[in-house]
Design a protein. Structure first.
Length: 167
């Protein structure tokens, strides 16, 4: 693969020799099973948390909407992130946990392809968080998104990576 052979270790893969943005050529990479997990938190006040727990959010089932938004987002990531490769997404899960400080979101994306799904997992969490805020904004205008981060990834040449610190 000429792209990979021509660059030095540590060089940015999405820049050509002239410093212009480009999509990396992954045609020479092996197809492997790949998975990425991301997490984040929607910080909410007590009234919004109570409405989620009681099922009294005025717009309806906020957690279901956030889950569906996250799944849809995984499939649209290359439309949102310019240099992402379109991938065959084989599985997406969005787990939401109502806690005393807000809603914790975990997104997991799986594929068998030539490049990873880290951006897809991060997009799942971010869009699910945005959808949740849209659903509860009438109850909590101060809702915010915090600590969106990659938790782990597996597959491909670089193998498995797991975050060792916690944001």
């Amino acid at each position: 693969m000429a792209d990979q052979e021509a660059r030095e270790p540590g060089e940015l893969t999405h820049l050509d020799a002239q410093g212009h943005a480009r999509m990396v050529d992954v045609t020479g990479k092996d197809v492997t099973v790949r998975e990425a997990v991301a997490a984040g938190l929607v910080v909410l006040g007590a009234p919004a948390i109570a409405a989620l727990r009681d099922g009294t959010v005025p717009k309806g089932d906020a957690l279901a909407v956030a889950r569906i938004a996250g799944i849809a987002a995984a499939k649209r990531t290359p439309d949102l992130i310019p240099l992402c490769h379109p991938l065959a997404i084989h599985a997406v899960s969005v787990d939401l946990e109502v806690r005393d400080d807000g809603v914790a979101i975990h997104g997991t994306v799986r594929t068998a392809d030539r490049t990873g799904v880290e951006m897809e997992a991060l997009t799942v969490v971010t869009v699910a968080a945005l959808a949740l805020i849209d659903m509860v904004k009438a109850v909590d205008r101060t809702a915010s998104i915090a600590d969106v981060h990659l938790v782990s990834k597996s597959g491909g040449r670089s193998g498995t990576w797991t975050r060792t610190d916690t944001p």
